[in-house]
Design a binder for this molecule. Structure first.
Ligand SMILES: Cc1cc2nc3c(=O)[nH]c(=O)nc-3n(C[C@H](O)[C@H](O)[C@H](O)COP(=O)(O)OP(=O)(O)OC[C@H]3O[C@@H](n4cnc5c(N)ncnc54)[C@H](O)[C@@H]3O)c2cc1C
Length: 377
């Protein structure tokens, strides 16, 4: 049997594809979704900003109209109109799309371990521990590039997040903090992200940009406890949920369409913004581009790939410079411009305004290194 689509991986990429396919006009008869996991745990929270109301009901519960940045020297909270900041917990997303799928008899689930994805002239083939499966098109959100080559800059955004419940009201539910840099910068750029759901309820996440693919969970927990005590006076609180993870930050050249029959999506398809780890919004546009048969390239975004490389180089080689760079950036620029810059929708004049305000020394350093690497070897 040949399926119209095989969706290999039912996480963010795979389920976003299934959701948009159901709501599209595309004709199809049989879809196979393969994942080795039941997706029954709340393994992550996706936050993102958007001008439009997200298409998923699970995102409609709460949103924020301002964002904040805090450092030792200053703090700034600003309205982000026309954007709003949204959050979705993983489990609600999995359940919502699973429900949509369960109402559509054209979808079939297979719990299996994918071993290999290949492409032939007439079909794409997904090899699992339960056998071979053939599809006209395979949507692959499972493949991961080997990030151990010397051709790209590879660092990790590593984090430990707790959803905490406090006895007394503490947080301002209107004021999420994108980055709070009032933590030690010992050898790695480090900050805390605070997403307040109510005065007693928030996600607090200790984040580091690291060059190793391992997390010292105890050290991260100590840093979180210290931060909560020092800056929020908190010693006694309940932990409702925990998320621990690493997002690759890389200028590796992804191949989102390795063959006629295979599309890679999500982390596999290069949808993660290298310098921030944000992926959710890019996945949604990538899915739409696949369904509309548009080729998505970053070619017209060469400038942004270049900026990402510069910043990644600083993160890797001069991590102590990240904090002052972020301070300059958030102090001198309106939040909305920063968000559009991260969305890669600013125009060159605005980018000159952004870069004109930044401390130049680390960028020139990074540029020189890149030039030497590219041209001298
Ligand atoms: C803890 C955490 C928090 C994050 N928070 C945000 C955020 O706030 N905002 C944002 O934009 N991005 C965030 N990200 C980054 C990104 O959005 C997520 O990593 C996202 O889940 C990537 O989607 P994906 O489809 O590529 O991978 P996944 O969602 O991980 O899906 C891959 C699926 O493939 C399955 N799978 C893997 N290997 C196999 C195999 N061999 N056989 C069968 N099945 C397999 C897995 O079980 C999984 O279901 C976060 C990442 C993490 C880890």
């Amino acid at each position: 049997m040949i399926y119209d689509y095989i969706i290999a991986g039912a996480g963010l990429g795979g389920l976003s594809f299934a959701h948009h396919l159901i709501h599209s006009q595309r004709p199809f008869e049989r879809i196979l979704i393969i994942d080795r996991d039941d997706k029954k745990t709340n393994d992550r929270t996706w936050s993102f900003w958007s001008e439009e109301q997200p298409e998923y009901h699970c995102a409609h519960g709460q949103h924020w109209e301002q964002l904040g940045f805090i450092s030792n020297h200053f703090s700034k909270f600003e309205n982000i109109n026309p954007f709003k900041y949204y959050t979705i917990d993983g489990l609600s997303f999995y359940e919502e799309v699973r429900q949509e799928i369960s109402k559509d008899s054209r979808f079939h689930w297979l719990k299996a371990d994918v071993k290999h994805i290949s492409s032939h002239l007439d079909d794409g083939v997904v090899s699992t521990n339960l056998g071979l499966h053939h599809g006209q098109v395979v949507i692959d959100s499972i493949s991961r590039p080997k990030l151990d080559d010397n051709h790209s800059i590879n660092v990790w955004q590593s984090f430990l997040g707790w959803t905490i419940q406090t006895h007394s009201p503490l947080f301002d539910p209107d004021k999420p903090i994108l980055m709070d840099f009032r933590v030690t910068q010992a050898g790695a750029a480090s900050f805390v992200y605070v997403l307040p759901y109510s005065p007693n309820h928030a996600l607090v996440e200790y984040t580091q940009f690291t060059s190793t693919k391992s997390i010292d969970k105890e050290a991260y927990a100590r840093a979180l406890n210290q931060y909560l005590k020092r800056h929020w006076g908190l010693t006694d609180f309940g932990i409702e949920d925990e998320e621990i993870g690493q997002i690759p930050m890389t200028n590796h050249e992804f191949n989102p369409h390795p063959s006629e029959r295979v599309h890679r999506l999500g982390t596999a398809g290069g949808d993660t913004k290298p310098t921030t780890g944000y992926t959710f919004t890019n996945v949604q546009s990538h899915v739409k581009a696949i369904l509309n048969e548009q080729v998505q390239t970053r070619e017209d975004k060469t400038r942004f790939a270049f900026y990402d490389t510069l910043l990644l180089q600083i993160i890797q080689q001069k991590p102590e410079q990240v904090k002052p760079i972020m301070e300059y950036l958030f102090k001198s620029q309106p939040f909305t411009r920063v968000l559009r810059f991260l969305d890669e929708t600013t125009h060159p004049l605005e980018e000159m305004m952004i870069f004109g305000q930044l401390p130049w020394a680390p960028f020139i350093n990074s540029l020189t290194k890149k030039w030497k690497h590219d041209y001298i070897g």
